[in-house]
Design a protein around this ligand. Structure first.
Ligand code: PMV
Length: 320
């Protein structure tokens, strides 16, 4: 048997502009994680078609299926696609006995916490462990990115990257990742609007805006890039108090890009008026999560204010 886990993630700064080559900062959220277990099943009938002999179980979403059925979906189910891509990468043409892959996750689905990429990374590592063929982080990241592409159109790759490396990263599309150090830990409250909003749609809408007026939106993305650079410096030098106003400024630019929503804005205002030092939406927007920078002693009262303003769930996390 082999097991592996992968954390969730939040984007601190730079979402959407990152699709246009600007940098973004993202951090792992260790308080939520996906777990995968790969196991041999002895005395089990090994089907004619090898993929009939791999059973995939995800009790959280009521999924119990042979791999072959997941691969028959169009596009293939992400759990099936990642298992198949991993076996291929490991050089396993046909497992010689029946296999089960079991996945559980505490990461809310479709809320911008990277549940899809976390599940992929956990499965890839569990399978590599079972077959005793270790993969490099680069290989894990590549498979997870291929699966993201299958299901999210034109992802920048930030989710799979921060989740694979499980470190804060400075990310520029197509460039080698740059993990960075957090000189002084800081605390974030993540609040879920409870609204699942496909990132694919908000990304497509921003693209329409950009196509209609490239010079205006390139200038907006440049402003985001400047915020990201300042934020990275603040985090690396321990000047975390500077992050609050930078989050507010980034949120205003995301509002301009039309990717906020009344619910997200209500949570941002609630966080700020109850004592957060800064707040913004995080990820694709329109729904999903917002993040607020809080002093730990204020975390409880800000969390109550967020709940009163409609948050379905809050997660308190230290970034270090
Ligand atoms: O919703 P999330 O956390 O998957 O974030 C999407 C981030 C975007 O910049 C909007 C898209 C991308 O591919 O980077």
């Amino acid at each position: 048997m082999s097991t592996a886990s992968a954390p969730g993630k939040v984007i601190l700064f730079g979402e959407h502009a990152v699709v246009y080559g600007r940098p973004a900062l993202a951090v792992p959220v260790m308080q939520v994680q996906a777990d995968a277990q790969a196991d041999w099943v002895t005395n089990e009938h090994v089907g004619e078609f090898w993929a009939d002999s791999v059973l995939v179980q995800a009790p959280d979403i009521g999924l119990f299926s042979p791999l072959s059925r997941l691969l028959a979906d169009q596009p293939p189910h992400p759990l099936g696609a990642v298992i198949s891509a991993t076996l291929q990468c490991l050089g396993i043409v046909r497992p010689s006995a029946a296999l089960t892959v079991t996945v559980t996750s505490t990461i809310p689905v479709a809320s911008g916490l990277g549940s899809g990429a976390a599940v992929s990374v956990a499965i890839i590592r569990a399978l590599a462990g079972l077959f005793e063929r270790p993969l490099t982080d680069e290989q894990v990241n590549q498979i997870a990115y291929d699966i993201e592409k299958l299901h999210h159109g034109t992802p920048s790759g930030i989710d799979n990257t921060v989740i694979t490396y499980a470190k804060p990263v400075y990310f520029v599309r197509g460039e080698p990742i740059q993990p960075f150090d957090v000189a002084r830990p800081f605390t974030l409250l993540i609040a879920d609007t409870g609204i699942s909003a496909p990132t694919r749609e908000s990304v497509a809408d921003v693209r329409k805006l950009w196509q209609a007026d490239k010079s205006r939106w390139e200038a907006v993305f440049d402003q985001v890039a400047e915020i990201v650079q300042k934020a990275r410096k603040a985090i690396e030098s321990g000047k975390t108090a500077r992050l609050g106003p930078l989050m507010d400024a980034n949120h205003a630019l995301l509002q301009e890009m039309t990717v906020s929503s009344p619910q997200l804005d209500r949570l941002v205002v609630a966080a700020k008026t109850s004592g957060a030092d800064g707040a913004k939406l995080s990820g694709g927007g329109r729904g999903g999560n917002m993040i607020a920078l809080v002093q730990s002693e204020r975390a409880e009262s800000v969390a109550s204010a967020l709940k009163a303003a409609g948050a379905k769930n809050t997660i308190l996390t230290d970034i270090r």
